[in-house]
Ligand binder design. Sequence first.
Ligand SMILES: CC(=O)N[C@H]1[C@@H](OP(=O)(O)OP(=O)(O)OC[C@H]2O[C@@H](n3ccc(=O)[nH]c3=O)[C@H](O)[C@@H]2O)O[C@H](CO)[C@@H](O)[C@@H]1O
Ligand SMILES: C=C(OP(=O)(O)O)C(=O)O
Length: 423
Amino acid sequence: MAKLIVEKSGPLKGKVRINGAKNSVLKLMAASILAEAPCYIESVPELLDVEVMNTLLESLGLTVQYDRDEESLVIYPAADLKCEAPYEIIQKMRASFLVMGPLLAKKGVAKVSMPGGCAIGARPIDLHLKGFQALGAEVTLGHGYIETKAVNGLVGNEVYLDFPSVGATENIMMAATMAKGQTMIQNAAKEPEIIDLANFLNEMGASVKGAGTDTIRINGVEHLNGAKHQTIPDRIITATYMIAAAMTNGDVTIENVVSSHVKPIAAKLREMGVTVEDEDDVIRVIGTDDLKAVDITTLPYPGFPTDAQAQFMALLSIAEGTSVINETVFENRFGHVAEINRMGANVKIEGHSAVIQGVKQLQGAQVKATDLRAGAALVLAGMISEGITEIDDIFHIDRGYPQIEKDLVSLGAHIRRVEADKG
Ligand SMILES: CC(=O)N[C@H]1[C@@H](OP(=O)(O)OP(=O)(O)OC[C@H]2O[C@@H](n3ccc(=O)[nH]c3=O)[C@H](O)[C@@H]2O)O[C@H](CO)[C@@H](O)[C@@H]1O
Ligand SMILES: C=C(OP(=O)(O)O)C(=O)O
């Protein structure tokens, strides 16, 4: 098993370019199931999760060609689309449950393994299922699988989400593209990835209106064509590198971003005393040696993203004063606290909040990535720690960062990847 070895690094300096968003591309890939002709997806990062989705689509009968150099995918429709997604693949990645909506729309029946809980929470799928039922699907659960059936096809309806779930909004939106009549999703999630998916569906011939607001209207169409689409830049990697620049008192220009997608990060960094200069697709972050404590509450978009909470905690661990982070999106997303405390941070968990008392200096230690963003937070913490930080279980990081060490090393960080037994 590989590890990352991180040594204290000076201020990060230079330019870095952001790749396509994992949380968008996985849904674009799932949506390709709906198409009757090939789909071309550009800006596809080389990630473990993309590999898992490739395997899943191929297991359903689609053909996937991935050009790593061009970072592009061509997905050909299945001659004989299968409607069962097995446990072996679904358990590797929660986003694979997003094939349920497209399969149900296309085949009128789908059987998908129930995704389990994970390190950040139980993550139920009740809202997805309520949406499918509202569209007329029968839902049955048995032997760890969920089966949905709409023998006479789905019929548009109003769907109110109790919580603006990203995955439920996407799954229901995809299911509704070929339902009879209009579907209205109320209290829909407003994340940029929802807009990206809606744009892709519309390029395929769907009629999706209102994505990015809390009411999405989908008018069902007979069939969907292929399309060509460029994935939006990854706002969480953008956020991670903004925090890295601030943490090392650096001066980093981040290219190929959508600066409006990272407004809460920019706002909180400014509140801490960091300079953030943003244009449409470029952000420059200039650090300070006088970081002030701030409070944060994670919320659905456009609130502060839960996916940047761990990384921001690493930054707050060296700010002057006491900060509080309220995690309201996931009930158990503080796996990184024990690890960062091993590095000398002073963080206490009180229910759904973490209280961070800033310290002057972190120290390198042997730590574990407990999930994807927890792993990224440890990389950032390692860069400002005295001595050496060894991070295990970095497969979590590889799920979502195609080249974290390459990017950070290009900015001056001291990070290397080693096989565990080679030290
Ligand atoms: C692949 C992907 O895009 N992952 C993102 C997506 O996850 P994901 O789509 O799983 O996140 P959701 O927005 O659905 O989940 C948010 C909250 O709603 C709850 N919930 C969700 C669905 C449901 O049927 N019932 C229910 O109770 C979840 O347990 C969680 O507490 O959005 C999250 C919130 O921005 C991000 O952290 C993830 O990185
Ligand atoms: C939680 C995340 O991803 P997933 O929903 O795939 O677990 C994430 O990207 O931070």
